[in-house]
Design a protein around this ligand. Structure first.
Ligand SMILES: Cc1cc2nc3c(=O)[nH]c(=O)nc-3n(C[C@H](O)[C@H](O)[C@H](O)COP(=O)(O)O)c2cc1C
Length: 198
């Protein structure tokens, strides 16, 4: 059982999402692969290479080959994991640009998903995802939340069948309250046998 933990808050210190993903992986108690999209930013993809990466184009252009290699590395991290832990900071009602960049690297036709007669099918093999979404005043799961719902959609697209949300909204107030609430949600989730055994 391996956990892939992804952090995306621009705040390297004192980020609610980072404190909560750290707590979550500690409680899961499994080997962790860490991918920090802020401390180690992914190389930006040019428009031309983005199309090539998405379709796994057979083109020996050097920049495309470098981006395909990066994409292979990130997809391999997913394939090694049973559980994905996503730390999402809500920025302007959506996800941080660095997290969107990760999505663009890992969604690869024929590699991490394929098209079937019944629609797209995810191929990563990850069983469950915990999406920790930190926001200020925007309620998680509400009409203005395009962050947690977007990441849930991407998880399902990649074949992850069990997606659980941790609500870390309310950073305009005290961080202690946000973190205590998230810890309670995590403790309650991990006490459920079906989540523990997934
Ligand atoms: C660029 C930027 C945009 C933000 N946009 C929103 C927003 O649309 N809705 C919201 O509730 N909070 C917004 N916030 C506040 C953050 O979501 C909030 O501080 C959250 O706790 C950030 O995650 P972190 O604590 O893990 O760093 C924004 C903050 C920044 C820096």
């Amino acid at each position: 059982m391996t956990v892939l933990k992804i952090d995306s808050s621009a705040r390297v210190e004192g980020a609610n999402s980072r404190i909560i993903t750290d707590y979550l992986v500690q409680q899961l108690g499994q080997p962790v692969i860490e991918r920090d999209l802020v401390k180690n930013p992914l190389p930006p993809i040019s428009p031309q290479d983005l199309v090539g990466v998405h379709g796994s184009h057979q083109d020996d252009r050097a920049s495309l080959q470098q981006h395909l290699a990066m994409s292979n590395t990130l997809i391999a991290e997913l394939q090694q994991a049973d559980t994905l832990v996503l730390g999402v900071a809500m920025y302007n009602f959506g996800v941080p640009a660095y997290l969107k960049q990760w999505v663009d690297y890992v969604c690869r036709a024929g590699v991490s998903f394929r098209y079937t007669q019944n629609g797209p099918e995810g191929l990563t093999g990850v069983k469950r995802a915990f999406i920790v979404t930190a926001s200020g005043g925007t309620p998680i799961g509400g009409d203005w939340d395009f962050a947690s719902r977007y990441m849930e959609h991407i998880c399902c697209f990649l074949g992850i069948t069990e997606v659980v949300h941790i609500d870390a909204s309310g950073s305009k107030g005290s961080p202690e309250v946000v973190i205590a609430s998230a810890r309670q949600q995590i403790d309650a989730l991990l006490a459920q046998p079906e989540v523990e055994e997934a």
